[in-house]
Design a protein around this ligand. Structure first.
Ligand code: BDR
Ligand code: CA
Length: 311
């Protein structure tokens, strides 16, 4: 199995991604989960991460709290999407498993130094603050990362938090720029692909029909999500963004993309946080990312439902 660290701001879709990873020990070993401020403030995202580990029956998973604000800006949150707790939908009990005492950034640095080079993959499901801060503080770890698979950005599907920008990149564009310029092999799941991973009624009911506690929770979370997206996009089903990252590690054949150059806008007031993706190769800027544009949605949900059903 591939060794991974999940960096996250749960978030219902982050929660499903974490469940997928914890349900798939033959494919991924979760070295730790690092929480960051994003969808909701850090005090909630680290708590939510622990709730999810307990729901998966894996309270031994190590959860670390990281940065409580972006590198250079005020935190923007998304309660309008995820609710006040970040995990609105079902009733959830407070977690009893402990938060690790170490700061998430120190955990990232220590782990990348301790593990053999190129054996740890970073799975990033929120703003890139923790990762960029670790690279800033310990540039020696950059060359040790095996790969970064992240959910963020958009091209043809443009923005979901502003007309030009996707939430994870918009919240901390300076951090995103550090990561996109790092030279590490990047796989990027933009809105272009996640807007094809829709939670239709039949898919939500398939989670519920698992008859397990995690299955019921996923159904209630996606029900909550769906309500928002019906109003916003008028589509049947909401995009389940973050699980695309974990699904890619388990079965990359579900996804299609192009190796292209992607740069981050960090100055324009109008297009701050835009991922300027050279999809048509109109510049000679070197490719820095595998930018995913399509997925086999049925295959993706079959995988998700099967794996969540094992918990
Ligand atoms: C991303 O923003 C968050 O609201 C979701 O959890 C996802 O990571 C989608 O733009
Ligand atoms: Ca997220």
């Amino acid at each position: 199995p591939r060794k991974i660290i999940i960096d996250t701001d749960p978030g219902q879709d982050d929660a499903v991604a974490i469940l997928l990873a914890l349900a798939s020990p033959e494919d991924v070993t979760v070295l730790g989960i690092t929480a960051v401020a994003g969808n909701v403030p850090l005090a909630l995202t680290e708590k939510n991460a622990r709730i999810i580990c307990e729901l998966a029956g894996k309270p031994e998973t190590r959860v670390f709290a990281g940065c409580d604000r972006p590198l250079a800006r005020k935190l923007v949150t998304a309660e309008h999407v995820h609710g006040k707790t970040g995990l609105d939908g079902p009733q959830l009990a407070a977690p009893t498993m402990p938060l690790q005492p170490q700061h998430a950034v120190d955990f990232l640095i220590d782990t990348l130094r301790a593990e053999p080079a190129h054996t740890v993959t970073l799975c990033v499901l929120g703003p890139l603050t923790n990762i960029a801060e670790a690279f800033r503080r310990a540039p020696d770890i950059i060359g040790r990362v095996q790969q970064i698979v992240l959910m963020g950005g958009a091209y043809f599907e443009v923005g979901n938090i502003t007309p030009a920008a996707e939430f994870n990149i918009y919240v901390d564009p300076e951090a995103a720029e550090i990561v996109f310029k790092s030279g590490i092999p990047l796989v990027v799941m933009p809105l272009d692909v996640t807007h094809k991973a829709l939670t239709t009624r039949a898919r939500i009911e398939a989670f519920r029909a698992l008859g397990t506690e995690p299955g019921r929770m996923v159904a209630e979370w996606t029900d909550f999500f769906e309500r928002f997206d019906m109003q916003k996009y008028g589509s049947e089903g909401a995009p389940l963004h973050d699980p695309c990252v974990i699904a890619y590690l388990i079965d990359p054949a579900l996804f299609k993309g192009r190796h292209i150059n992607v740069e981050i806008e960090t100055t324009s007031a109008l297009t701050l946080g835009m991922t300027v993706a050279d999809w048509w190769g109109v510049t000679d800027r070197p490719a820095n990312a595998l930018f995913i544009g399509d997925l086999d949605a049925d295959g993706f949900y079959t995988l998700l439902i099967d794996r969540i059903g094992r918990l």
